[in-house]
Design a protein around this ligand. Structure first.
Ligand code: CO
Ligand code: ZN
Length: 333
């Protein structure tokens, strides 16, 4: 399947942190023809195994997304919500949202709220219910909702609510499709609950017990007006090889191996340092007695907004890099 078709399929699924069943089912369906074995672990991580001769390699991408969870239903039928992961009320203002059962709504700040310091408590979700009783026929406390928006493509640029991290899930699925002879025992892990603290990756790394791991995620860029210089990557600059983020300092052998493979295959790359925000790599490197861990990053603008934007050529470079890594000889001396 084409990268963009996979992304579109994943974008339609439900999968906020802790409620990843919908996205997991779709990924499992797409991976099935190319996998030797697929298991879902206790927390809900999807582990796709492909047999190979060498040491054990884990490639991880989180399948959960940020979202909201209903905490109160008001007399007038409006919903109050808590946050799942780093979702900002200012960035979410007036965004359409959808629940797992298909109910749609819009996230709205109160009229009198100070927009510059907007708090989640000053916002509500309007699902069109006339009152509390009607709202309760549609949703209940504990239900989760996510941004509801299409995948838009213009040239090589793509905009969609959950490129973080569905684009990386699509990258891993494309790489899986391409590999003929893995040089490793390969586990592709689609993790849960990354956005609430790398929780799924932590247990998945114990389950898989890999010799080497590469986590694939989006990374902040530093290429827009007024950029805060939080990231080093740029859209269209190629696959970004993670050196560091606030959760991990990548193993130098993994960084070097990725750079060497990219050079030998003429894959465009750039270095990635994200000064705030972590990734699954941070949890995985601390499993067992430690795992040699690195990261492949897809440069992404406006991360955690309803309009995350990336370059498909960068994502395709990530597919090539991941596929080449899986088929290269073992990087662990
Ligand atoms: Co994220
Ligand atoms: Zn992410």
């Amino acid at each position: 399947m084409e990268l963009i078709e996979i992304l579109e399929a994943l974008n339609q699924t439900h999968g906020p942190s802790g409620d990843e069943g919908g996205v997991r089912e779709k990924i499992e369906e797409l991976a099935r023809p190319f996998a030797d074995e697929i298991v879902t672990d206790t927390l809900g991580n999807l582990i796709v195994h492909k047999k190979g001769a060498g040491p054990w390699m884990m490639l991880a991408a989180h399948m959960d997304s940020i979202g909201f969870i209903v905490t109160h239903i008001e007399k007038e039928g409006f919903l109050r919500v808590g946050r799942l992961g780093g979702i900002s009320p200012k960035e979410a203002a007036y965004a359409p949202v959808r629940f797992k059962n298909g109910v749609q709504g819009v996230f709205v700040p109160e009229e009198k709220a100070d927009f510059s310091k907007l708090k989640l408590d000053e916002c509500f979700i309007d699902i069109g219910a006339a009152n509390e009783a009607e709202a309760k026929t549609l949703v209940q406390v504990g239900d989760t909702c996510v941004y509801d928006g299409p995948v838009r493509v213009r040239g090589s640029r793509v905009t969609a609510p959950y490129l973080d991290d569905r684009l990386a899930c699509a990258v891993l699925l494309c790489a899986l499709e391409q590999i003929k002879e893995p040089a490793y025992n390969l586990s592709l892990v689609f993790t849960v609950q990354e956005e609430v603290g790398l929780r799924g990756a932590r247990t998945a790394a114990w389950w898989v017990d890999p010799d080497i791991c590469v986590a694939v995620d989006v990374t902040d860029v530093d290429d827009t007006p007024g950029s805060e210089k939080n990231g080093t990557a740029r859209l269209g600059g190629g696959a970004a090889i993670k050196v560091m983020d606030s959760s991990v300092i990548c193993h130098p052998q993994v960084v070097a191996k990725l750079e060497e493979i990219a050079k030998s295959q003429s894959i465009p790359i750039q270095r990635d340092i994200m000064r705030s925000g972590g990734t699954d790599a941070g949890a995985i490197q601390n499993a067992h007695y430690g795992v040699k861990t690195g990261g492949i990053s897809i440069p992404c603008r406006y991360v955690h907004t309803p309009a995350e934007t990336a370059d498909l050529e960068d994502a395709r470079a990530c597919v090539r890099l991941a596929a080449a890594l899986i088929q290269a000889e073992a990087p662990c001396p």
